[in-house]
Write a protein that binds this ligand. Sequence first.
Ligand SMILES: *Cc1c(COP(=O)(O)O)cnc(C)c1O
Length: 359
Amino acid sequence: MERVYNFSAGPSMLPVEVLEQAQKDMLNYGGSGMSVMEMSHRSKWFDDIIKSAEADLRELMNVPDNYKVMFLQGGGSTQFAMIPLNLMTGGKCDLVNTGQWSKKAMAEAKKFGTVNVVASSEDKVFNYIPALDKASFSPDADYFYICYNNTIYGTRYTQLPDTGNVPLVADMSSMIMSEEVDVSKFGLIFAGAQKNIGPAGVTVVIMREDLIGNAKEDCPTMLNYKTHADAGSLYNTPPCYSVYIAGLVFKWLKEKGGVAAMQKINEEKAAILYDFLDNSMMFRGTVVPKDRSLMNVPFVTDDDDLNAKFIKEATNAGFVNLKGHRTVGGMRASIYNAMPVEGVQKLVEFMKKFETDNK
Ligand SMILES: *Cc1c(COP(=O)(O)O)cnc(C)c1O
């Protein structure tokens, strides 16, 4: 079986061990005589799957007891609307604009109230995380919104804004469980699964309990967090198979030593790639060093034709999905939890050889 090194930004690679377990379970899950895709979401097997997934997630992220964990649908993009629908009770939020994903969140929030953009990195094609001045924060904001790791531009927060009593809301779609975070610092965390924790179809929401139940009367039932929090994510049919695979990924992560151990590996992988980029005469990273993502590494040469040649030859050599986002160009290597160190080492070897051959 020939598998490639898949550097896709999402949906992205899953651990082989997880795929093998899913293969074993495919026709007959746990003696049920059926696959997870075929069973009732009210069955005892699925009840165990979703409860174990939640328990493992809580353990991995050290989620405090006063937070609810929800497995929802609609992707990260539905959260852009659900957040203002549920949290914008006073009609105002603060937001840091670090690129497309925060812009989309801003566009939805504007439908429900005022968005105060406290800082933006748009002046330099979002290649850094802007410094934040507390004087520009709104003390009466309903929440303060950030995109923790920008998948497209490859930026990452290393220091959280001090928002005082204003709940901090973070889009962690492309970094959840890749490094340790203190959940208690946030009012709400969300992440579409398809980057770091499973297949597309499920979105994880971790929400402080006192923020639940404040949506207006006319909030659609399915878009009200209270609906899902009260029903243990079983108000309607959840994305059963995606929850099951995410659960397997959580077990895999626990076996690897948890998030702290994974963070070490991720730092090692990122260092291998960034060190090479910093020393290369042909390739360079596009993000300022202090704000570089551990997960998404955009890089370029100074020549579009050379970029295209590189992507083509890399693909032929089994390093796939290295093309940069259409709004940025160049290349991007997404090196999520499931990417082994060896994948990054081999990529760097390939880049070195390409550089020598194309001098
Ligand atoms: C991929 C992504 C999204 C959008 O997720 P969908 O599930 O496609 O709606 C939102 N935010 C970030 C940071 C992402 O990487």
